[in-house]
Write a protein that binds this ligand. Structure first.
Ligand code: SF4
Length: 437
């Protein structure tokens, strides 16, 4: 079982993907029109669920949205920055971005007072998002506690799931407080509400793999609100099924109209089966059909929410080798660390170096196991040629860890200085991006 609130070391991502049906994220499929960030190319973003519709919108320049959240309970570190890097990438394809401050969840699961949560969110996260140059166009930051549409949707979605399912997904026991029990529904409200505001569209949620239970619940909940289900039948045919019992003939006839409009002409409606079979369609056509049918549902006054997609990134190794964590300052570089403090942590960081300089010269180091190299690769060295040179020199033994750390400290210093400067230049924009409700 994956627990979104408790960190557990994941030893075998492959097994986890198989067990939970997570698909591989293929960076090679991303459009070549915008430079693909290293965290995709290097496999840090390794998995996805339902990303196909988002990908096709990116390729065709059509609307899609990104939903992200922040848990206001600690300082922002470099691990958190990776989500912002993903968001910035999606923004380059015109994505609308919603960032929900999970203040209700933080209260329910960590007893964090709402006022304190707001202060942490603004000071430690939102100001840094601005400093990292998150795009302002189409960006909305909001607090769960003040966004009625999220809370109302969470309440309504509660009708679609029972206690037994919540226990089996999250392992809730008799001692779980009821606010905690409700928190996943608030998350579902977060993830699905952009489609209430913008209409049906693919929404991608970049998360760590420990958040997958929320995504599975949320995808099931979105499906439970739908009228039509385009799917592959057990005998391999593509069909659209009506999920309600009233007005079936009318619903079938409306769906036929929409399917014809998007180019499917060989339709075999069978009202007794509440189905339309589409003989020429392949499984690859289902996202297009689903999107068009969701639009139809929306026009008919229903939510028509498409299942949200997710991307999964690896847990980032901390400077000490364990997971990067706000509660263990020695494991992480924080975006508001002063340079001396950050440099001292980096100097003590775990490397992929050998026991002696002599061995390292002979056998080379291992940048894949080195937190210093990861800091440069994903955060502080943007020049591809330079990072390749560092990697190569490490592997061939012409670079030793002491010298390398000095260089890494210098890069980190420039990075933190730059962030600090940008924080003060852009902090006046905080109120522009926080939505009042
Ligand atoms: Fe890491 Fe640099 Fe040492 Fe290689 S030389 S293991 S990159 S610190």
């Amino acid at each position: 079982m994956l627990d979104p609130w408790t960190y557990a070391e994941i030893e075998d991502y492959g097994r986890l993907m198989e067990e939970f049906g997570i698909e591989r994220f293929l960076a090679s499929e991303l459009p070549g029109t915008v430079e693909v960030p290293r965290l995709f190319k290097q496999g840090i973003v390794f998995g996805q669920r339902g990303f196909g519709p988002v990908l096709s919108r990116m390729r065709m320049g059509q609307p899609f949205a990104v939903m992200s959240g922040l848990m206001p309970s600690g300082r922002m570190h470099l691990g958190h920055k990776m989500v912002i890097d993903q968001i910035k990438y999606f923004q380059r394809f015109g994505a609308k971005v919603f960032i929900g401050v999970a203040d209700l969840e933080s209260y329910a699961t960590r007893n964090m007072p709402l006022a304190k949560a707001r202060e942490i969110a603004v000071e430690s996260y939102i100001k840094n998002y601005l400093a990292l140059d998150i795009g302002l166009e189409g960006l909305e930051v909001y607090f769960q506690s003040t966004r009625s549409v999220v809370k109302d949707l969470a309440f309504a979605l509660g009708r679609k799931v029972n206690l037994s399912t919540m226990r089996s997904i999250y392992g809730f026991g008799d001692q779980t407080n009821l606010a905690h029990l409700h928190a996943p529904l608030i998350q579902a409200g977060d993830i699905l509400h952009p489609q209430l505001k913008l209409g049906p569209m693919p929404v991608v949620v970049p998360v760590g793999v420990d958040q997958d239970p929320h995504m599975r619940l949320c995808r099931d909940l979105s499906a439970s609100t739908r009228i039509y289900n385009p799917t592959v039948t057990s005998d391999g045919k593509v069909g659209v099924f009506v999920k309600v019992d009233e007005n079936v003939r009318d619903l079938i006839s409306r769906a036929e109209g929409v399917l014809r409009e998007i180019g499917f002409l060989d339709l075999r409606p069978i009202p007794d089966y509440k189905a339309i079979y589409v003989d020429s369609a392949t499984p690859g056509d289902i996202p297009t059909m689903d999107s068009a049918l969701a639009e139809l549902e929306h026009r008919m006054g229903h939510p028509g929410m498409m299942a949200p997609a997710s991307t999964y990134h690896l847990f980032i190794r901390g400077l000490t080798g364990e997971k990067m964590s706000s509660s263990k300052p020695e494991t992480a570089i924080f975006l508001d660390d002063d340079i001396e403090e950050a440099s001292s942590k980096l100097k003590k960081a775990l490397t992929g170096g050998r026991d002696t300089a002599e061995e390292q010269r002979k056998l080379g180091g291992n940048p894949n196991k080195c937190s210093v190299f990861e800091t440069m690769l994903f955060h502080t060295v943007t020049d591809d040629k330079e990072i390749s040179r560092i990697e190569q020199d490490c592997r061939t033994g012409s670079r030793l860890c002491g010298q390398c750390k000095k260089e890494a400290v210098s890069h980190l210093g420039s990075f933190l200085r730059d962030i600090k400067e940008k924080r003060s230049q852009r902090e006046h924009l905080v109120n522009d991006i926080i939505s009042p409700d």
